[in-house]
Write a protein that binds this ligand. Structure first.
Ligand SMILES: Cc1ncc(COP(=O)(O)O)c(C=O)c1O
Length: 351
């Protein structure tokens, strides 16, 4: 059957981190704190209230959920769209604004799904790259935009896998080019260090800006699959041209709304995670490793002669981290204090 596949998909392997059953799983940047009891109970009640209504299709435009998300961001419902994870949001953006005969530009290493979403939507992917220390400057980004004239530019802030947030001057310089749609993927925004602004602050003045967010990370709600975006109402309307009818199930909408009603409690773990992250950064540096600055809930560290061997040694000690395919580097998620201790202890053995 594989000969029937689209040429560009032949020989490809599916995206996905290994889902291994080990004591300390720090490879997919999830939130490893348990769902607070009050939130769990509220979600259970919301789901049970919804069950008898499942004979009907859900609200196609998820208006109530979008209103809740808009309230969280301080925006209006017309400026917000929601879907099954920010992956689906980005896929819909590419479907509407890129696709066959159009191009998207990103600056790798960045989120590895961006090129794959381009592949799936038949969008030509251009990797503009970064400097030797993964840095991205406004001048370089602008140069790449002028060179390639992309229909969509994908910026990732904080960037996955490097962890560092973009300074706003880069987004502003890119937006000033008025070239196509500019998407800032802010999946980890809530973990930013003090003083790092979000691209949301640029929304008012830039109608071609989209900021994508998710409930998978800071909200500890990855299993529910809820992502969202903030943009000009015309961009939100365009999403409705490409989304599948009833793409967000009634159960998803109800669960997300119940969780959002407890946003303060859910986001209560963010500070604790930031502390674990900062502890990982300082401890690894004390051990003599190179560590990228992080505004996220993960840390990129190295440099190893053979990162695959180190990945294996950590796994042998029950700690699963992510080999993101960057020569010499590994990525670890900041979890709870026990997980940090287990990871750092395992790293002591590597020395
Ligand atoms: C940068 C970035 N964007 C988006 C996502 C997708 O998140 P979700 O589809 O769960 O919202 C991830 C997940 O790891 C990510 O790292």
């Amino acid at each position: 059957m594989s000969d029937l596949l689209r040429e560009e998909l032949k020989g490809r392997t599916a995206y996905g981190a290994p889902q291994l059953d080990v004591p300390v799983r720090l490879n997919t940047n999830e939130n490893s704190y348990p769902l607070p009891e009050a939130v769990a109970a509220a979600v259970e009640k919301a789901l049970s209230d919804e069950v008898r209504g499942l004979i009907r299709y859900p609200d196609r435009d998820a208006v109530a959920l979008r209103a809740d998300l808009a309230a969280y961001l301080g925006l209006t419902v017309e400026q917000v769209w929601a879907a099954n994870g920010s992956n689906e949001i980005q896929q819909q953006l590419l479907q509407a604004f890129a696709g066959a005969g159009r191009k998207a530009l990103g600056f790798g290493p960045a989120y590895s799904m961006h090129p794959l979403l381009c592949l799936g939507t038949a969008t030509s992917w251009i990797d503009g790259g970064r400097g030797p220390d993964f840095e991205l400057t406004a001048d370089y980004a602008v140069e790449q935009i002028r060179l390639h004239r992309p229909d969509v530019t994908l910026l990732c802030s904080p960037n996955n896998p490097t962890g560092t947030a973009l300074t706003l001057d880069i987004a502003e310089a890119v937006l000033a080019q008025k070239q196509g749609l500019v998407v800032v993927d802010e999946a980890y925004a809530e973990f930013r260090r003090e003083g790092t602004p979000s691209a949301l602050t640029l929304l008012e003045s830039h109608p071609n800006l989209v900021v994508t967010r998710t409930m998978s990370k800071a909200f500890a709600f990855a299993g529910a699959r809820v992502g969202y975006m903030a943009a000009h109402p015309e961009i939100v309307e365009a999403m409705q041209l490409v989304r599948l009818p009833y793409h967000l199930s009634a159960l998803t909408q109800a669960a997300a709304r119940a969780a959002l009603a407890h946003a303060d409690v859910l986001l209560g773990t963010v500070e604790a995670i930031k502390q674990q992250r900062d502890l990982i950064v300082s401890s690894l540096r004390e051990m003599g490793w190179q560590v990228a600055e992080s505004d996220a809930n993960f840390v990129l560290f190295g440099r190893f002669a053979d990162q695959r061997a180190v990945w294996r040694q950590l796994l042998d000690q029950g700690v699963l981290v992510r080999d993101v395919g960057l020569d010499g580097w590994l990525r670890v998620t900041a979890g709870n204090a026990e997980e940090t201790a287990a990871f750092l202890k395992a790293m002591e053995e590597i020395r």
